[in-house]
Write a protein that binds this ligand. Structure first.
Ligand SMILES: *Cc1c(COP(=O)(O)O)cnc(C)c1O
Length: 461
Protein backbone atom coordinates (compact mmCIF):
# COMPACT_ATOMS: atom_id res chain seq x y z
CA UNK A 1 0.00 0.00 0.00
CA UNK A 2 1.36 3.41 -1.02
CA UNK A 3 0.18 6.87 0.04
CA UNK A 4 -0.52 9.90 -2.13
CA UNK A 5 -1.28 13.55 -1.44
CA UNK A 6 -4.63 15.26 -2.02
CA UNK A 7 -2.65 18.03 -3.79
CA UNK A 8 -0.89 15.58 -6.13
CA UNK A 9 2.61 16.91 -5.45
CA UNK A 10 4.47 13.87 -4.05
CA UNK A 11 5.57 10.52 -5.45
CA UNK A 12 3.69 7.70 -3.67
CA UNK A 13 5.29 6.80 -0.32
CA UNK A 14 5.22 3.88 2.12
CA UNK A 15 3.15 3.68 5.32
CA UNK A 16 6.11 4.43 7.59
CA UNK A 17 7.07 7.45 5.50
CA UNK A 18 3.44 8.62 5.60
CA UNK A 19 3.45 8.39 9.42
CA UNK A 20 6.66 10.40 9.66
CA UNK A 21 5.55 12.97 7.06
CA UNK A 22 2.25 13.83 8.81
CA UNK A 23 1.14 16.70 6.60
CA UNK A 24 2.16 15.99 2.98
CA UNK A 25 5.21 18.01 1.93
CA UNK A 26 3.14 19.72 -0.82
CA UNK A 27 0.70 21.04 1.82
CA UNK A 28 -1.95 18.38 1.13
CA UNK A 29 -3.14 15.42 3.21
CA UNK A 30 -2.02 11.83 2.72
CA UNK A 31 -4.41 9.09 1.64
CA UNK A 32 -3.96 5.44 0.64
CA UNK A 33 -3.95 4.87 -3.12
CA UNK A 34 -6.89 2.47 -2.73
CA UNK A 35 -9.08 0.98 0.00
CA UNK A 36 -8.84 -2.74 0.80
CA UNK A 37 -12.17 -4.53 0.27
CA UNK A 38 -13.82 -6.29 3.21
CA UNK A 39 -16.49 -8.90 2.42
CA UNK A 40 -19.28 -10.51 4.46
CA UNK A 41 -17.02 -13.54 4.84
CA UNK A 42 -14.35 -11.41 6.47
CA UNK A 43 -16.91 -9.85 8.78
CA UNK A 44 -18.26 -13.24 9.81
CA UNK A 45 -14.75 -14.50 10.47
CA UNK A 46 -13.99 -11.42 12.59
CA UNK A 47 -16.93 -11.82 14.99
CA UNK A 48 -14.95 -13.71 17.58
CA UNK A 49 -11.88 -11.44 17.56
CA UNK A 50 -10.78 -9.34 20.52
CA UNK A 51 -10.36 -5.60 19.92
CA UNK A 52 -6.56 -5.78 19.39
CA UNK A 53 -6.91 -8.78 17.04
CA UNK A 54 -9.58 -6.97 15.02
CA UNK A 55 -7.38 -3.87 14.98
CA UNK A 56 -4.58 -5.95 13.50
CA UNK A 57 -6.88 -7.32 10.75
CA UNK A 58 -8.00 -3.82 9.75
CA UNK A 59 -4.73 -1.92 10.19
CA UNK A 60 -2.42 -4.53 8.61
CA UNK A 61 -4.28 -4.13 5.30
CA UNK A 62 -2.80 -0.62 5.12
CA UNK A 63 0.71 -1.48 6.29
CA UNK A 64 3.16 -3.53 4.25
CA UNK A 65 6.44 -2.23 5.63
CA UNK A 66 6.24 -3.40 9.27
CA UNK A 67 6.57 -7.16 10.00
CA UNK A 68 3.30 -8.68 11.26
CA UNK A 69 4.72 -9.67 14.65
CA UNK A 70 5.99 -6.13 15.28
CA UNK A 71 2.70 -4.54 14.20
CA UNK A 72 0.78 -6.93 16.49
CA UNK A 73 3.04 -5.95 19.35
CA UNK A 74 2.57 -2.21 18.73
CA UNK A 75 -1.21 -2.66 18.61
CA UNK A 76 -1.47 -4.82 21.70
CA UNK A 77 0.67 -2.42 23.77
CA UNK A 78 -1.45 0.53 22.57
CA UNK A 79 -4.74 -1.00 23.73
CA UNK A 80 -3.42 -2.60 26.92
CA UNK A 81 -3.50 0.91 28.44
CA UNK A 82 -7.32 0.98 28.25
CA UNK A 83 -9.19 0.28 31.46
CA UNK A 84 -12.05 -1.71 29.84
CA UNK A 85 -11.19 -5.16 28.54
CA UNK A 86 -13.31 -4.61 25.43
CA UNK A 87 -11.38 -1.32 24.82
CA UNK A 88 -14.42 0.37 23.17
CA UNK A 89 -17.52 -1.31 24.66
CA UNK A 90 -21.00 -0.78 23.22
CA UNK A 91 -23.84 -0.26 25.69
CA UNK A 92 -27.56 0.01 24.93
CA UNK A 93 -29.38 2.86 26.68
CA UNK A 94 -32.82 4.21 26.03
CA UNK A 95 -33.10 2.95 22.43
CA UNK A 96 -29.61 3.98 21.27
CA UNK A 97 -26.27 2.23 21.37
CA UNK A 98 -23.50 4.21 23.02
CA UNK A 99 -20.02 3.38 21.76
CA UNK A 100 -17.82 4.25 24.74
CA UNK A 101 -14.54 5.53 23.33
CA UNK A 102 -13.36 7.08 26.60
CA UNK A 103 -11.69 4.24 28.49
CA UNK A 104 -8.16 5.44 27.68
CA UNK A 105 -5.85 7.39 30.00
CA UNK A 106 -7.21 10.87 29.25
CA UNK A 107 -10.88 9.83 29.09
CA UNK A 108 -11.46 10.98 25.49
CA UNK A 109 -11.51 9.08 22.19
CA UNK A 110 -8.25 10.69 21.07
CA UNK A 111 -6.39 8.09 23.16
CA UNK A 112 -7.48 5.38 20.69
CA UNK A 113 -5.38 7.01 17.98
CA UNK A 114 -2.61 8.66 20.00
CA UNK A 115 -1.56 5.61 22.02
CA UNK A 116 -1.05 3.84 18.68
CA UNK A 117 0.71 6.82 17.06
CA UNK A 118 3.10 7.21 20.02
CA UNK A 119 4.18 3.57 19.77
CA UNK A 120 4.51 3.81 15.98
CA UNK A 121 6.72 6.89 16.26
CA UNK A 122 8.97 5.19 18.80
CA UNK A 123 9.29 2.06 16.63
CA UNK A 124 10.10 3.92 13.40
CA UNK A 125 12.52 6.36 15.08
CA UNK A 126 14.47 3.50 16.70
CA UNK A 127 14.74 1.70 13.37
CA UNK A 128 15.96 4.85 11.61
CA UNK A 129 18.21 6.05 14.45
CA UNK A 130 16.33 9.36 14.43
CA UNK A 131 14.82 11.64 17.03
CA UNK A 132 11.64 13.71 16.92
CA UNK A 133 10.59 16.81 18.82
CA UNK A 134 6.83 17.18 18.83
CA UNK A 135 5.46 20.68 19.23
CA UNK A 136 1.76 21.41 19.50
CA UNK A 137 -0.87 23.82 20.74
CA UNK A 138 -3.96 22.51 22.50
CA UNK A 139 -7.21 23.76 23.94
CA UNK A 140 -7.23 20.59 26.07
CA UNK A 141 -8.00 17.15 24.63
CA UNK A 142 -5.40 16.61 21.91
CA UNK A 143 -2.50 17.85 24.02
CA UNK A 144 -3.22 15.59 26.96
CA UNK A 145 -3.77 12.53 24.75
CA UNK A 146 -0.55 13.27 22.82
CA UNK A 147 1.48 13.69 26.02
CA UNK A 148 0.24 10.36 27.33
CA UNK A 149 0.92 8.78 23.93
CA UNK A 150 4.65 9.62 24.01
CA UNK A 151 5.60 9.98 27.71
CA UNK A 152 8.78 8.12 28.51
CA UNK A 153 9.31 7.05 24.88
CA UNK A 154 12.82 6.79 23.44
CA UNK A 155 13.83 9.33 20.81
CA UNK A 156 10.84 11.63 21.34
CA UNK A 157 10.39 14.90 23.22
CA UNK A 158 7.10 16.76 23.36
CA UNK A 159 6.34 20.44 23.98
CA UNK A 160 2.67 21.31 24.41
CA UNK A 161 1.46 24.90 24.69
CA UNK A 162 -1.90 25.45 26.38
CA UNK A 163 -3.63 28.70 27.41
CA UNK A 164 -2.96 29.20 31.14
CA UNK A 165 -6.16 28.83 33.19
CA UNK A 166 -8.36 28.42 30.11
CA UNK A 167 -8.64 24.61 29.87
CA UNK A 168 -10.84 22.58 32.21
CA UNK A 169 -9.12 21.72 35.50
CA UNK A 170 -9.04 18.02 34.64
CA UNK A 171 -7.53 18.72 31.21
CA UNK A 172 -4.75 20.86 32.74
CA UNK A 173 -3.93 18.24 35.38
CA UNK A 174 -3.87 15.45 32.80
CA UNK A 175 -1.06 17.37 31.11
CA UNK A 176 0.92 18.90 33.97
CA UNK A 177 0.91 15.77 36.17
CA UNK A 178 3.03 13.99 33.55
CA UNK A 179 6.54 14.68 34.82
CA UNK A 180 8.57 12.39 32.54
CA UNK A 181 11.81 14.03 31.39
CA UNK A 182 10.70 14.07 27.73
CA UNK A 183 7.45 15.99 28.43
CA UNK A 184 7.36 19.81 28.57
CA UNK A 185 4.20 21.71 29.37
CA UNK A 186 4.13 25.41 28.57
CA UNK A 187 1.18 27.36 29.98
CA UNK A 188 0.90 30.57 27.97
CA UNK A 189 -0.54 33.74 29.50
CA UNK A 190 -2.89 34.23 26.56
CA UNK A 191 -5.48 32.44 24.43
CA UNK A 192 -5.49 29.18 22.48
CA UNK A 193 -5.02 31.27 19.32
CA UNK A 194 -1.84 32.79 20.80
CA UNK A 195 -0.53 29.26 21.39
CA UNK A 196 -1.50 28.16 17.89
CA UNK A 197 0.09 31.22 16.27
CA UNK A 198 3.40 30.62 18.06
CA UNK A 199 3.46 26.95 16.99
CA UNK A 200 2.75 27.98 13.39
CA UNK A 201 5.56 30.51 13.55
CA UNK A 202 8.01 27.88 14.84
CA UNK A 203 7.06 25.49 12.02
CA UNK A 204 7.37 28.35 9.52
CA UNK A 205 10.98 28.97 10.66
CA UNK A 206 12.51 26.33 8.39
CA UNK A 207 16.00 26.62 9.86
CA UNK A 208 14.66 26.04 13.39
CA UNK A 209 12.38 23.26 12.15
CA UNK A 210 15.21 21.32 10.48
CA UNK A 211 17.80 21.93 13.17
CA UNK A 212 15.49 20.58 15.88
CA UNK A 213 13.64 17.86 13.86
CA UNK A 214 10.23 19.32 14.68
CA UNK A 215 7.13 17.21 14.17
CA UNK A 216 3.38 17.58 14.80
CA UNK A 217 0.66 15.36 16.26
CA UNK A 218 -2.44 17.17 15.03
CA UNK A 219 -5.32 15.25 13.54
CA UNK A 220 -3.88 15.22 10.02
CA UNK A 221 -1.70 12.13 10.54
CA UNK A 222 -3.11 9.21 8.51
CA UNK A 223 -2.26 6.74 11.30
CA UNK A 224 -4.73 8.49 13.59
CA UNK A 225 -7.60 8.11 11.12
CA UNK A 226 -6.61 4.48 10.52
CA UNK A 227 -6.71 3.59 14.22
CA UNK A 228 -10.22 5.07 14.42
CA UNK A 229 -11.55 2.97 11.51
CA UNK A 230 -11.27 -0.08 13.76
CA UNK A 231 -14.01 0.84 16.22
CA UNK A 232 -16.60 1.24 13.46
CA UNK A 233 -15.98 -2.42 12.60
CA UNK A 234 -15.98 -3.39 16.27
CA UNK A 235 -19.30 -1.65 16.97
CA UNK A 236 -20.94 -3.02 13.80
CA UNK A 237 -19.92 -6.58 14.75
CA UNK A 238 -21.38 -6.17 18.25
CA UNK A 239 -24.68 -4.57 17.24
CA UNK A 240 -25.41 -7.06 14.45
CA UNK A 241 -25.19 -9.87 17.01
CA UNK A 242 -28.53 -8.70 18.34
CA UNK A 243 -30.35 -6.99 15.47
CA UNK A 244 -30.87 -7.17 11.71
CA UNK A 245 -31.80 -3.48 11.52
CA UNK A 246 -29.74 -1.18 9.28
CA UNK A 247 -26.79 0.25 11.24
CA UNK A 248 -26.15 4.01 11.46
CA UNK A 249 -23.52 6.02 13.29
CA UNK A 250 -23.87 9.48 14.82
CA UNK A 251 -20.55 11.30 15.17
CA UNK A 252 -19.96 14.54 17.15
CA UNK A 253 -17.68 16.39 14.76
CA UNK A 254 -14.97 19.04 14.95
CA UNK A 255 -11.97 18.39 12.70
CA UNK A 256 -13.79 15.71 10.65
CA UNK A 257 -11.22 13.03 11.67
CA UNK A 258 -13.59 10.71 13.47
CA UNK A 259 -16.35 10.79 10.87
CA UNK A 260 -13.84 10.42 8.05
CA UNK A 261 -12.76 7.15 9.69
CA UNK A 262 -16.42 6.03 9.43
CA UNK A 263 -16.46 7.02 5.77
CA UNK A 264 -13.32 4.92 5.20
CA UNK A 265 -14.93 1.92 6.94
CA UNK A 266 -17.94 2.30 4.64
CA UNK A 267 -15.74 2.52 1.53
CA UNK A 268 -14.00 -0.68 2.65
CA UNK A 269 -17.38 -2.39 2.51
CA UNK A 270 -18.70 -2.18 6.09
CA UNK A 271 -22.51 -2.07 5.66
CA UNK A 272 -23.21 1.32 7.24
CA UNK A 273 -26.63 2.75 6.42
CA UNK A 274 -26.19 6.40 7.45
CA UNK A 275 -23.27 8.45 8.71
CA UNK A 276 -24.73 11.32 10.71
CA UNK A 277 -22.43 14.30 11.19
CA UNK A 278 -23.43 16.23 14.31
CA UNK A 279 -22.12 19.74 15.03
CA UNK A 280 -22.64 22.36 17.73
CA UNK A 281 -23.18 26.04 16.84
CA UNK A 282 -19.95 25.88 14.82
CA UNK A 283 -21.96 24.32 12.02
CA UNK A 284 -20.15 25.00 8.77
CA UNK A 285 -20.18 21.28 7.89
CA UNK A 286 -23.91 21.00 8.59
CA UNK A 287 -24.60 24.04 6.41
CA UNK A 288 -22.50 22.46 3.69
CA UNK A 289 -24.32 19.11 3.73
CA UNK A 290 -27.83 20.53 4.11
CA UNK A 291 -27.59 23.79 2.16
CA UNK A 292 -24.45 23.53 -0.02
CA UNK A 293 -23.12 26.49 1.98
CA UNK A 294 -19.45 26.09 2.92
CA UNK A 295 -18.69 29.62 4.02
CA UNK A 296 -16.47 30.54 6.97
CA UNK A 297 -17.94 32.11 10.08
CA UNK A 298 -16.48 33.13 13.44
CA UNK A 299 -15.64 30.44 15.99
CA UNK A 300 -18.22 30.44 18.81
CA UNK A 301 -17.22 29.12 22.28
CA UNK A 302 -19.64 26.38 23.40
CA UNK A 303 -20.11 23.73 26.10
CA UNK A 304 -18.58 21.17 23.67
CA UNK A 305 -15.23 22.98 23.21
CA UNK A 306 -13.45 20.18 21.32
CA UNK A 307 -15.86 20.81 18.44
CA UNK A 308 -15.42 24.60 18.35
CA UNK A 309 -13.76 24.61 14.95
CA UNK A 310 -14.43 26.37 11.66
CA UNK A 311 -11.88 24.85 9.29
CA UNK A 312 -11.98 21.07 9.71
CA UNK A 313 -8.55 19.86 8.67
CA UNK A 314 -9.58 16.34 7.57
CA UNK A 315 -12.36 17.63 5.33
CA UNK A 316 -9.80 17.93 2.54
CA UNK A 317 -9.52 14.13 2.50
CA UNK A 318 -13.23 13.82 1.78
CA UNK A 319 -13.15 16.57 -0.85
CA UNK A 320 -10.43 14.66 -2.71
CA UNK A 321 -12.80 11.68 -3.06
CA UNK A 322 -15.80 13.90 -3.81
CA UNK A 323 -13.80 15.51 -6.63
CA UNK A 324 -13.05 12.05 -8.08
CA UNK A 325 -9.41 12.16 -6.96
CA UNK A 326 -8.57 15.39 -8.78
CA UNK A 327 -5.72 17.28 -7.04
CA UNK A 328 -6.36 20.25 -9.33
CA UNK A 329 -9.94 20.52 -8.16
CA UNK A 330 -8.84 20.26 -4.49
CA UNK A 331 -6.20 22.95 -4.96
CA UNK A 332 -8.73 25.24 -6.70
CA UNK A 333 -11.26 24.70 -3.90
CA UNK A 334 -8.76 25.81 -1.25
CA UNK A 335 -7.71 28.78 -3.37
CA UNK A 336 -11.40 29.78 -3.53
CA UNK A 337 -11.64 29.38 0.26
CA UNK A 338 -8.62 31.59 0.80
CA UNK A 339 -9.78 34.26 -1.60
CA UNK A 340 -13.56 34.28 -1.04
CA UNK A 341 -14.03 32.46 2.29
CA UNK A 342 -16.10 29.64 0.75
CA UNK A 343 -16.00 26.43 -1.32
CA UNK A 344 -18.54 25.81 -4.08
CA UNK A 345 -19.63 22.38 -5.36
CA UNK A 346 -21.71 21.34 -8.38
CA UNK A 347 -25.28 20.03 -7.95
CA UNK A 348 -24.05 16.51 -8.84
CA UNK A 349 -21.38 16.71 -6.17
CA UNK A 350 -23.91 17.89 -3.60
CA UNK A 351 -26.13 14.95 -4.46
CA UNK A 352 -23.19 12.66 -3.68
CA UNK A 353 -22.51 14.50 -0.41
CA UNK A 354 -26.09 13.83 0.70
CA UNK A 355 -25.67 10.16 -0.15
CA UNK A 356 -22.55 10.02 2.00
CA UNK A 357 -23.77 11.98 5.05
CA UNK A 358 -26.74 13.50 6.76
CA UNK A 359 -26.24 16.25 9.31
CA UNK A 360 -27.73 18.27 12.14
CA UNK A 361 -26.51 21.14 14.30
CA UNK A 362 -27.45 21.05 17.99
CA UNK A 363 -27.28 24.24 20.03
CA UNK A 364 -26.08 24.51 23.63
CA UNK A 365 -29.53 24.71 25.14
CA UNK A 366 -30.58 21.48 23.41
CA UNK A 367 -27.25 19.86 24.40
CA UNK A 368 -27.76 20.58 28.10
CA UNK A 369 -31.40 19.49 27.88
CA UNK A 370 -30.35 16.21 26.24
CA UNK A 371 -27.87 15.47 29.05
CA UNK A 372 -30.66 16.08 31.56
CA UNK A 373 -33.40 14.11 29.71
CA UNK A 374 -31.16 11.17 28.86
CA UNK A 375 -30.09 10.87 32.47
CA UNK A 376 -33.71 11.09 33.59
CA UNK A 377 -34.80 8.34 31.16
CA UNK A 378 -31.88 5.94 31.43
CA UNK A 379 -29.70 6.94 34.41
CA UNK A 380 -26.76 7.30 32.01
CA UNK A 381 -24.55 10.40 31.95
CA UNK A 382 -23.54 11.87 28.58
CA UNK A 383 -20.65 14.28 28.18
CA UNK A 384 -21.62 17.44 26.22
CA UNK A 385 -19.92 16.29 22.98
CA UNK A 386 -21.64 12.91 23.09
CA UNK A 387 -24.94 14.64 23.86
CA UNK A 388 -24.71 16.59 20.58
CA UNK A 389 -24.50 13.28 18.69
CA UNK A 390 -27.26 11.62 20.69
CA UNK A 391 -29.66 14.54 20.15
CA UNK A 392 -28.97 14.51 16.40
CA UNK A 393 -29.47 10.72 16.24
CA UNK A 394 -32.80 10.87 18.06
CA UNK A 395 -34.01 13.68 15.80
CA UNK A 396 -32.77 12.43 12.44
CA UNK A 397 -32.15 8.68 12.26
CA UNK A 398 -35.06 6.39 11.31
CA UNK A 399 -36.74 4.73 14.30
CA UNK A 400 -36.21 1.23 12.90
CA UNK A 401 -32.42 1.64 12.58
CA UNK A 402 -29.73 0.59 15.05
CA UNK A 403 -28.40 3.98 16.12
CA UNK A 404 -24.79 3.88 17.31
CA UNK A 405 -23.72 7.14 18.99
CA UNK A 406 -20.00 7.71 19.45
CA UNK A 407 -19.28 8.71 23.07
CA UNK A 408 -16.16 10.80 22.56
CA UNK A 409 -15.46 11.81 26.17
CA UNK A 410 -16.22 10.65 29.71
CA UNK A 411 -18.75 12.96 31.45
CA UNK A 412 -16.28 13.63 34.31
CA UNK A 413 -13.88 15.27 31.86
CA UNK A 414 -16.42 18.05 31.38
CA UNK A 415 -17.90 17.73 34.86
CA UNK A 416 -18.69 21.45 35.28
CA UNK A 417 -21.00 21.42 32.24
CA UNK A 418 -22.66 18.13 33.14
CA UNK A 419 -23.35 19.44 36.66
CA UNK A 420 -24.80 22.60 35.17
CA UNK A 421 -27.15 20.48 33.02
CA UNK A 422 -28.27 18.23 35.87
CA UNK A 423 -28.17 20.68 38.75
CA UNK A 424 -26.47 17.88 40.73
CA UNK A 425 -22.88 16.77 41.31
CA UNK A 426 -21.29 14.29 38.91
CA UNK A 427 -19.46 11.26 40.31
CA UNK A 428 -15.69 11.58 39.92
CA UNK A 429 -13.88 8.43 38.74
CA UNK A 430 -10.82 7.16 40.60
CA UNK A 431 -8.43 8.14 37.79
CA UNK A 432 -9.58 11.77 38.01
CA UNK A 433 -9.48 11.86 41.82
CA UNK A 434 -5.89 10.58 41.75
CA UNK A 435 -4.82 13.51 39.56
CA UNK A 436 -5.29 15.97 42.38
CA UNK A 437 -2.59 14.55 44.64
CA UNK A 438 0.09 14.17 41.99
CA UNK A 439 3.19 16.36 41.62
CA UNK A 440 2.98 18.62 38.56
CA UNK A 441 5.48 20.32 36.27
CA UNK A 442 4.66 23.23 33.99
CA UNK A 443 6.38 26.44 32.85
CA UNK A 444 4.16 29.51 32.76
CA UNK A 445 5.27 32.01 30.11
CA UNK A 446 4.09 35.14 28.29
CA UNK A 447 2.88 34.82 24.70
CA UNK A 448 6.36 35.77 23.52
CA UNK A 449 7.73 33.76 20.64
CA UNK A 450 11.41 34.38 21.36
CA UNK A 451 11.02 33.18 24.97
CA UNK A 452 9.23 30.03 23.78
CA UNK A 453 11.88 29.42 21.11
CA UNK A 454 14.68 29.75 23.68
CA UNK A 455 12.89 27.43 26.09
CA UNK A 456 12.52 24.75 23.43
CA UNK A 457 16.12 25.06 22.23
CA UNK A 458 17.37 24.83 25.82
CA UNK A 459 15.31 21.73 26.64
CA UNK A 460 15.92 19.72 23.48
CA UNK A 461 19.48 19.13 24.71
C1 LIG B 1 -11.63 15.97 19.25
C2 LIG B 1 -12.98 15.72 19.83
C3 LIG B 1 -14.15 15.71 19.01
C4 LIG B 1 -14.11 16.02 17.53
O1 LIG B 1 -13.52 14.98 16.77
P1 LIG B 1 -12.95 15.29 15.31
O2 LIG B 1 -12.22 14.05 14.91
O3 LIG B 1 -12.04 16.48 15.45
O4 LIG B 1 -14.13 15.58 14.43
C5 LIG B 1 -15.36 15.40 19.61
N1 LIG B 1 -15.44 15.16 20.94
C6 LIG B 1 -14.35 15.18 21.75
C7 LIG B 1 -14.53 14.92 23.21
C8 LIG B 1 -13.08 15.45 21.23
O5 LIG B 1 -12.02 15.48 22.05
Amino acid sequence: MRYISTRGGIVPISFKDAVMMGLASDGGLLLPQSYPVITRDHLNAWRSLSYPDLAFEVISRYVDDIPAADLKNIISRSYATFTHDEVTPLVKKDGVYILELFHGVTLAFKDVALQFLGNLFEYILAERHQTLNIIGATSGDTGSAAIHGVRGKQGISIFILHPHGKTSEVQALQMTSVTDANVHNIAVRGTFDDCQDMVKELFGDLEFKQKYALGAVNSINWARVLAQVVYYFYAWLRVTEETDAPVSFSVPTGNFGDIFAGYVAKRMGLPIDTLLLATNENNILTRFINEADYSLGEVVATVSPSMDIQIASNFERYLFHLFAGSPVRVTDAFAELKEHGRITCTPDEMEQVRKDFCSASVDQKATLQTICDFYGDSGYLLDPHTAVGVRAALDLLPTDSAKICLATAHPAKFGETVEQALGAPVPVPESVRELYGKPTRCDVMDADISAVREFIAAHIG
